[in-house]
Design a protein around this ligand. Structure first.
Ligand code: C5P
Length: 232
């Protein structure tokens, strides 16, 4: 599986995202569409960006009873996305149902990856709010194992966790990693960050990069820099 840079297109409208993608002219970067854009612009925006030739990671993080998730995944799969996700905390049964729902009539399906513990969840919050007393890194690895057991393709995690996830779940189990910043760039609200080059060294399969590209003075140059550091 080739490494790739996925641009987190966290825009609030169809006009903004399309004018952003227009800057790339001939290039067709892999694009992540999250809740903000999907809820604002609807399934049509997915179809339109797909029709322009981009691969799409639809980041909607589903979490519900297995039957509901299965049916929702069936709808998302029909949008012809390349990757989608859910919360591993929905249980192995929910993940198995999701996978079933994703299979298209021709037998193909998007990649399915699981969110383990959100990077915004601290050890303290996990213990006090979720009553999970194990160390956070153990919880992440346990959720990754559950995702693997359910037949999923990988997890979303910090690039700093990509190495341990691979040693625990195998090198073919994908690690899709946000929290990437250039060495000379702004960290913003991310906490545990690393550079594209370091993410490559640790073993991330896909890096998800938002503001270092979307808020750059020259987004295309920033994207090229990510690709050069991470993929070459
Ligand atoms: O702008 P930035 O590079 O921080 O964007 C990272 C993207 O990855 C955002 O869309 C954010 O919602 C997403 N993400 C994250 N951390 C997670 C899961 C998703 O930053 N644990």
């Amino acid at each position: 599986m080739g490494k790739d840079v996925i641009i987190a297109c966290d825009f609030a409208s169809k006009e903004e995202v399309l004018s952003f993608l227009d800057k790339f002219q001939g290039r067709k970067p892999y694009v992540k569409i999250g809740m903000e854009l999907f809820y604002a612009a609807g399934p049509e925006i997915v179809k339109e960006i797909k029709a322009r030739g981009h691969k799409i990671f639809l980041d909607l993080k589903l979490h519900d009873i297995p039957n509901t998730v299965k049916k929702a995944m069936h709808v998302l799969s029909s949008l012809d996305v390349d990757m989608c996700n859910l919360h591993a905390s929905g249980t192995v049964a929910m993940m198995e149902a999701a996978l079933e729902g994703l299979v298209r009539p021709d037998g193909t399906r998007p990649l399915l990856i699981a969110v383990t513990q959100l990077t915004s969840t601290s050890q303290e919050r996990m213990e006090s709010d979720l009553l999970i007393k194990e160390p956070l890194d153990q919880v992440v690895l346990h959720y990754a194992s559950c995702a693997k057991k359910a037949g999923l393709d990988g997890v979303v995690c910090s690039p700093l966790e990509a190495g341990t996830v691979h040693s625990h779940c195998g090198k073919d189990f994908l690690t899709v990693t946000p929290g990437v910043r250039f060495a000379d760039g702004d960290i913003g609200d991310q906490v545990r960050v690393t550079t594209p080059a370091k993410a490559k060294e640790i073993g991330s399969d896909y890096i998800v990069v938002g503001r270092p590209i979307t808020a750059a003075a020259d987004p295309v140059a920033a994207y090229e820099r990510c690709v050069k550091e991470f993929c070459d």
